[in-house]
Unconditional design. Structure first.
Length: 276
């Protein structure tokens, strides 16, 4: 019986960690390289490392930060303090973009508020001819984006998207995707303990959570070619508001797609084709 693993699980449960047994198993494998269900226990050196990680996880630091990497759409990303953790909910954003680009041989794609680069990298992997640029402002997130895109054809730009649109040539882009900050002021004041460890810059969407959607729908439309797409991750209660912003700014064919948990997660807006 692996009493060390049982004690680790109990400690995380007592700290209120969701799915404590899963997290305990991940930490155990990370330190020892062995399955805790089949192992007799850690060595003294491994036990010391486990203790240090258990203390951090019991303080509700995200598991992703402790492991230093996390899988997204079948590939592994470097992650740690200062960058938003990739989430399974965001995979449907990437999948939506890939579906829209399926018949384009060399699309130009922007991933705005890129963080780890998960969305842009997902598109680049699925669409080998895509010309993908990931844009990120944060100095803390930037090293992770650089590490994750190293050795790929994905271009990276460190910039503030509230100004960067001015550098874009009109009608030069086929698709823009983004997981922007979208939490409201009320949500920022009541974060889950793990989320509170993540950078506020990647979470805070202003008083009503819509500041970035106003920017993206108003300022980035000109950069898209006619028929181009804007693909946005949203909070589960924001679909109607973001669709309304799109309609006000002249976007067409607005629609919402749910994630695999059944929550509203993706807004798709199209720049109208030219007529006449």
């Amino acid at each position: 019986m692996n009493t060390a693993f049982q004690a680790l699980t109990a400690r995380l449960q007592a700290a209120g960690v969701p799915d404590a047994r899963f997290d305990a198993a991940q930490l155990y494998r990370f330190v020892t390289g062995r399955d805790p269900r089949l192992d007799d226990g850690p060595s003294p050196e491994e036990a010391a490392r486990l203790e240090a990680l258990a203390t951090r996880r019991a303080a509700r630091e995200p598991l992703q930060y402790l492991l230093g990497e996390w899988d997204f759409l079948g590939f592994t990303l470097k992650v740690g303090p200062g960058v938003l953790c990739p989430r399974a909910d965001s995979e449907v954003v990437c999948e939506t973009a890939i579906e829209l680009l399926r018949d384009k041989p060399a699309p130009v794609v922007l991933d705005l508020c890129a963080g780890t680069g998960c969305l842009g990298l997902g598109v680049a992997r699925a669409c080998p001819g895509a010309q993908v640029t990931c844009v990120e402002k944060s100095a803390e997130a930037w090293p992770y984006l650089q590490a994750n895109t190293a050795g790929t054809a994905v271009r990276t730009v460190q910039a503030d998207i509230f100004a960067w649109y001015r550098t874009l040539a009109p009608e030069s882009v086929d698709l823009i995707l983004s997981n922007p900050p979208y939490l409201t002021a009320g949500e920022m004041a009541a974060l889950m303990p793990e989320t509170a460890h993540e950078p506020a810059m990647a979470l805070d969407g202003g008083e009503d959570g819509l500041a970035f959607y106003r920017l993206l729908t108003a300022r980035y439309r000109m950069a898209l070619r006619p028929g181009g797409w804007l693909v946005l991750e949203i909070g589960c209660a924001q679909a109607a508001d973001v669709l309304a912003l799109g309609a006000t700014q002249g976007w067409s064919h607005g629609r919402c797609r749910k994630d695999y948990g059944g929550n509203d997660r993706v807004i798709v807006l199209q720049k109208p084709e030219k007529t006449g």
